[in-house]
Ligand binder design. Structure first.
Ligand code: SF4
Ligand code: SF4
Length: 360
């Protein structure tokens, strides 16, 4: 036994498995549904640390959390001039990497530079089955051609890829065709996310938010596709069961709010500011000067986690569902205890899920 182990008494150190590093707030697309916290708040701190300081930040996060997985996100993370160096650094520390990118800069040379199996999972948007729809949803002409080429190149290189579809009124009628295109391109799975307003998306809430009836139809299609194509489809943005009964789609993978749980994905911006998740604008503190676990245990974080809509009191799924997305409630209504914008808009259609199931 080393002296170090003896001093520590072999106590296991605390572990957290996943952090999202928002490598830059800059992006070369202008998606109308973008939820990035800084897009709705001009006062949100912006800027970049240089490469050395960024590696110090990432190293500190890895050391303090014994991290399993780091997702590079943004903005568009590949816009950073030192992007490959940062990937090399994280991979060199033995941490698995997800790369969340719009695909615009992911050509064969970039894939080769990153290196085989360096990134565990590439997550790219596929927002429509053709250039008209995908480019409109990306706010960028040429986005469809670039992302479909990137997906094909990644699959040719043997990498694992998931396509992310954000369901809005602009593209939901094309969801099935989009999923079939993703399958034809060789994707390993699809994320079907309902539009969850935040950031720039908040300005487009009325126009983009899809009603439960159209979401039900799209989820019926997803249920058929997942079994026909043997393609995993997950819905990570919470879909409240009182509006969308999960049991109707047994082969889809539904998620609830992960904030504060062992599955939480704390977001860290390019300056080191940590938030409860990537949709929340709440800054818990800065990781250059504070310990990760101190921020997890902070009063600000506790306040965030206690958010709870009064509407959900007495629902049998209250403790699991938590009413949807606290971050969206916070951004849209300035109140962590408000119903999130989706539940708020359609709560008159909600089924009552009382604790006594027979009375539903
Ligand atoms: S907890 Fe609230 S949002 Fe979730 S199913 Fe129950 S009533 Fe609906
Ligand atoms: S607050 Fe919203 S975005 Fe954040 S973890 Fe919960 S459901 Fe997800």
């Amino acid at each position: 036994m080393t002296l170090w182990n003896r001093l520590l008494g072999n106590r296991p150190r605390r572990r957290h498995s996943h952090v999202v590093f928002e490598a830059t707030t800059t992006c070369n697309h202008v998606c109308p549904h973008c939820y990035n916290a800084w897009e709705a708040d001009e006062t949100y701190p912006r800027g970049l640390l240089d490469t050395k300081r960024t590696c110090e930040l990432l190293g500190k996060i890895i050391d303090e959390t014994r991290l399993d997985l780091l997702s590079f996100s943004g903005g568009e993370p590949m816009l950073r001039k030192d992007f490959f160096e940062l990937v090399d650094f994280v991979a060199g520390r033995g941490v698995a990497i997800n790369l969340i990118t719009n695909g615009s800069l992911l050509d064969r040379a970039a894939i080769d530079r990153i290196g085989p199996a360096t990134v565990s999972l590439y997550e790219l948007p596929l927002l429509g089955p053709n250039a008209d729809i995908h480019d409109r949803m990306s706010g960028k002409q040429g986005a469809f051609d670039r992302v479909t080429r990137a997906i094909a190149e990644l699959k040719d290189a043997g990498e694992d890829v998931v396509c992310a579809f954000v369901a809005t009124n602009w593209n939901i009628d094309h969801w099935k065709d989009t999923a079939e295109l993703a399958f034809a391109l060789g994707t390993d799975g699809i994320m079907f996310n309902r539009f969850n307003p935040g950031g720039r998306g908040l300005q487009n809430l009325e126009e983009l938010q899809v009603d439960p009836r159209r979401l039900t139809r799209a989820l019926d299609q997803a249920q058929a596709l997942t079994s026909e194509l043997n393609l995993p489809i997950s819905c990570s943005i919470p879909m409240q069961p009182c509006l969308l009964p999960h049991e109707r789609w047994p082969d889809l993978d539904f998620g609830f709010c992960a904030a504060g749980t062992k599955n939480a994905y704390y977001a860290v911006d390019p300056l080191g500011n940590m938030r409860p998740c990537n949709h929340s604008p709440t800054i818990l503190g800065n990781l250059l000067t504070s310990n990760f676990w101190d921020l997890v245990g902070s009063d600000e974080h506790k306040r965030f986690l206690t958010g709870h809509p009064a509407f959900c009191s007495g629902c049998r799924l209250e403790d699991e569902c938590l009413g949807g997305c606290k971050a969206a409630a916070q951004v849209a209504f300035g109140d962590i205890n408000h119903c999130d914008p989706f539940l708020s808009a359609y709560k008159d259609q909600a089924r009552k899920l009382s604790k006594n199931a027979e009375s539903d």
